[in-house]
Write a new protein. Structure first.
Length: 259
């Protein structure tokens, strides 16, 4: 621990597993105080209690980020438990992959309610306090889907493209208020979602090998590698970084054809 985040009171969504949990652990190691949000109450309480028992200063609430009132309430509770929020990490998301003409209204709404509207609900809840306090940081966890398209993954890339647009828009809108809004775009990461994707194939090991072959370095990222980038972007080490996106995909999105 180097204390890079000792003055940060950070609201993290989707914090019970995967990238979100790795981010929470990395933030706590750097001295942050956290308020964790996840839809899975049982898993959130299990992980949050373990983090608190290890010495972390944090609170938590099980909630659906798709509800604006719920997020406004969560931010109020967070201020009471750890102090006014001065950093937000919009990590919660859901994969919705389909053929465009086979996408149901329910799938469309679910995709945008979580991946875009949910992120906006959190921004809307924390921004007034940041403006009043004279500054803050918002980090949206986007994806390489935010600027590339993989066939058969509709409408997920649309929501991530829009999230990147929201990042740029809010970054410019509130720059004069000393609020930085950026995005972090992971590629493939070794989370349970990716493992479940491999397991959906008749030969999971072959599917995993094909994924690895897409990457110039022959591997995918760990959640911890994404988390350390998030530490940097939320810290005060990049004060002039605003309205932009940092890509962490091992060169996947740069390579035109896999080797």
């Amino acid at each position: 621990m180097t204390g890079r985040l000792t003055k940060k009171r950070i609201f993290v969504t989707g914090a019970a597993q995967g990238i979100g949990l790795a981010i929470a652990k990395a933030f706590l190691r750097e001295g942050a105080s956290l308020y964790l949000i996840d839809l899975d109450r049982e898993l959130l309480e299990k992980e949050a209690r373990a983090l608190r028992e290890a010495g972390g200063k944090l609170g938590w609430m099980a909630a659906d980020i798709g509800g604006a009132a719920a997020m406004a309430d969560a931010v109020r509770r967070a201020a009471e438990e750890i102090g006014p929020i001065n950093a937000l990490v919009n990590n919660a998301g859901v994969n919705v992959f389909a053929e465009p003409l086979e996408t149901s209204d329910e799938e469309w709404n679910r995709c945008f309610d979580i991946n875009l509207k949910g992120a906006w609900n959190c921004c809307k809840a924390v921004l007034p306090g940041m403006i009043e306090a004279g500054g803050g940081v918002v980090l949206n966890i986007a994806s390489t889907h935010a600027f590339t398209i993989i066939p058969h993954t509709f409408p997920y890339p649309l929501a991530k493209h829009a999230l990147l647009g929201m990042t740029k828009s809010l970054g410019l809108e509130y720059a004069s208020k000393n609020i930085r809004v950026n995005a972090l775009a992971p590629g493939y990461v070794s989370t349970q979602k990716v493992i479940d994707y491999w397991n959906s194939f008749p030969d999971p090991e072959a599917a995993k090998a094909e994924t690895m072959k897409l990457h110039p370095g022959g591997r995918i990222a760990s959640p911890e590698e994404i988390a350390m980038a998030a530490v940097f972007m939320v810290s005060d080490e990049c004060p002039f970084m605003n309205a932009t996106c940092l890509t962490i995909d091992g060169g996947l999105s740069v390579q035109q054809h896999p080797a």
